[in-house]
Design a protein around this ligand. Structure first.
Ligand SMILES: Nc1nc2[nH]cnc2c(=O)[nH]1
Length: 154
C-alpha cells in the first residue's frame, strides 16, 4: 500500500463517523507524514460543515505552525467549490480524493456542478495539485451504500 492509499484508508475510517454522509478528510504534513488534523461531515449541525472544512478548522485551532509545511488533504470525495476555495485559502498544496463529483452525481448525490479543477483553473496564481481516484472503488462503494440506505427509508 502506498502512502496515498494508507491515508485514504484513514479518510474512509473517518467517514464511518457520518455513515449517511460519508465524507471523511484529514490533513497530513507531506514531508514527515504526520497527521495534523482529521474531520468528517457534520452538516447535521451546520450546512457548511463539510468534512474538508472540519479538517481545516481542526488544523487552524490546533495551534500547529503551518508556515513552510507541505500540506496534503485526503478526502473520500472530490471537494465541492466551497471546500476547494477554503483549501486554496488555507495554502494546502495537494488534494487527494477518492470519488469524483461526477461519480457522486451518477450515484444520485446532489452536488454543485463545479469541479475542483475548475475552481483551481479559475484561480491563476494559486497553487494546488489534485490527485484523483485513490481507492476510488472503495470510496464509490461508501457513497453507493449510503444512497441505497437513504432510498430504502424514503
Ligand atoms: N467533498 C465533499 N462534498 C460534499 N458534498 C456535501 N457534503 C460534502 C462534504 O463534506 N465533502
Amino acid at each position: 500500500m502506498n502512502d496515498h492509499e494508507h491515508f485514504m484508508r484513514r479518510a474512509i475510517a473517518l467517514a464511518a463517523n457520518a455513515p449517511d454522509l460519508p465524507f471523511g478528510a484529514l490533513i497530513v504534513d507531506g514531508d514527515s507524514g504526520t497527521i495534523l488534523s482529521e474531520g468528517w461531515n457534520k452538516t447535521s449541525l451546520n450546512p457548511m460543515w463539510h468534512g474538508e472544512i472540519d479538517a481545516i478548522n481542526g488544523l487552524a485551532s490546533s495551534g500547529v505552525v503551518i508556515e513552510g509545511k507541505s500540506l496534503v488533504l485526503y478526502t473520500t470525495a472530490e471537494p465541492c467549490p466551497m471546500c476547494q476555495a477554503a483549501i486554496l485559502w488555507s495554502g494546502i498544496e495537494t488534494v487527494v480524493f477518492g470519488t469524483s463529483i461526477r461519480s457522486l452525481q451518477r450515484l444520485g448525490w446532489r452536488q454543485i456542478d463545479i469541479l475542483a479543477e475548475e475552481v483551481i483553473r479559475r484561480s491563476p496564481g494559486w497553487n494546488c495539485t489534485l490527485i484523483d481516484g485513490v481507492l476510488e472503488q472503495d470510496c464509490d462503494d461508501l457513497f453507493q451504500k449510503a444512497m441505497l440506505q437513504r432510498v430504502s427509508f424514503e
